[in-house]
Design a protein around this ligand. Structure first.
Ligand SMILES: *Cc1c(COP(=O)(O)O)cnc(C)c1O
Length: 400
């Protein structure tokens, strides 16, 4: 079957909640993906940063196969021999004392919200069911009914109310607005250190630091959603580290499995994560032995292949070269590490047609929020491959 035949079947039988580029991928390796018509493309999206380690990394693949042959699911009714080691290795890698394993990113955010609320009632002394959580405009924390309740994107929200109460939204990048919004009932501030889905929005310098100070001063938890920015993508293990900030809780997902399996987690120290008691929270698949074995290998690759350092070095190189491209369409090139956004002027007519043109030249990138092209290749990319891509990107950005 060819590309068009696959697309026809997908459109007929599947819900239309995505608008993908019309490329049907059948196999991938490292930074490259191959379609059913025999074309090869450089992946510049990395499944929204889930494949930081590169597609089908052999070490993670091997861990998955070996574990799948032994035992895949025990449920948490019984213990398994992979989860303890996953906890320990994740703690050593991230510097947080404990973690709570879930599956999707949205579930990790939901778990962090529940934990923040419990902390507010049991530790801070907020009257029961009065806890407030402050979020930022332009946020993306997932697609569940609670996480879309505080979205500011009409498309994600408008047809899906009624909404979960207990959330306030202030402008992103404005620490003073957070200070004003804090009340004695505030449990937490929930933010992305860089807003990926909003178009790689980098807040003003000092913002995260200021927010962390405000939280500390007012006895409020600082929760960083690093599901996209974490695990080496921005040149640090966590993007919060660019400002020397250590949030009280971090949510991670995506690259926690290197793209093999949905695995997410909440990270925090024992004083906080220790608050959950048996039965209060859970997940049938969360922390299963297959996920834990894959997660261990995925973390091992991030650490041993020094992917944070690599993202830092190559990200700076890629950003600099991109900003040198003479294009009347480009408003701004911004990024940290290998999370790079090229924002186009509205007159360029939207980023989609540039993504189509990149695809025709063997590069897969995806527009975000109409006017931004995101360049976020797997962190295992090398300089030669970036140098291969640059003239093609340059040509596309200079189309009329
Ligand atoms: C992708 C993402 C999520 C949601 O993750 P899912 O696995 O799709 O549920 C949440 N927050 C951020 C910042 C993300 O990028």
């Amino acid at each position: 079957m060819n590309t068009n035949q696959f697309i026809e079947i997908e459109e007929q039988y599947g819900a239309h909640n995505y608008h993908p580029l019309d490329v049907v991928i059948e196999r991938a390796e490292g930074v490259w993906v191959y379609d059913v018509d025999g074309n090869k493309f450089l992946d510049c999206l990395s499944a929204y940063s889930a494949v930081n380690q590169g597609h089908v990394h052999p070490r993670i693949l091997n861990a998955m196969i070996e574990q799948a042959k032994k035992v895949t699911l025990t449920s948490r009714a019984f213990r398994n021999d992979q989860l303890p080691m996953f906890y320990k290795e994740l703690s050593e890698f991230t510097g947080y004392e404990m973690s709570l394993p879930m599956n999707s990113g949205a579930e990790a955010v939901e778990s962090a919200i529940k934990l923040a609320r419990k902390w507010a009632y049991r530790v801070k002394g907020v009257p029961r069911h009065q806890a407030e959580i402050i979020t930022a405009s332009g946020n993306f924390h997932g697609r569940t009914t609670t996480t879309i309740s505080f979205s500011t994107e009409p498309l994600y929200r408008d047809d899906f109310g009624p909404f979960t109460p207990g959330f306030l939204t202030v402008p992103y990048g404005d620490a003073a607005a957070i200070e004003k919004a804090i009340t004695p009932n505030t449990a937490a501030v929930l933010l992305e250190p860089i807003q990926g889905e909003a178009g790689v929005i980098i807040p003003p310098a000092g913002y995260l630091k200021k927010v962390a100070e405000l939280c500390k001063k007012n006895n409020v938890l600082f929760i960083a959603d690093e599901i996209q920015t974490g695990l080496c993508r921005t040149g640090r293990i966590f993007a919060s580290q660019h400002e020397g900030v250590r949030p009280d809780m971090i949510t991670i997902g995506k690259a926690l499995s290197g793209g093999f399996y949905p695995i997410s987690a909440v990270l925090a120290d024992a004083a906080l994560l220790g608050l959950f008691t048996p039965g209060e929270h859970g997940s049938t698949f969360g922390g299963n032995p297959l996920a834990a074995a894959i997660g261990r290998a995925a973390i091992g690759v991030l650490r041993e292949e020094k992917l944070a350092e690599r993202a830092d070095e190559l990200g700076n190189y890629f950003s600099e070269r991109l900003s040198e491209i003479p294009s009347k369409h480009v408003k701004e090139v911004r990024g940290r590490g290998l999370l790079i956004g090229v924002e186009l002027h509205p007159a360029a007519g939207g980023a989609r047609r540039f993504c189509e043109a990149l695809k025709a030249r063997g590069i897969l990138a995806k527009e975000t929020h109409d006017h931004v092209i995101r360049f976020a290749p797997p962190l295992v990319i090398d300089k030669d491959t970036i140098d291969w891509a640059l003239p093609k990107i340059s040509e596309v950005l200079q189309l009329s």
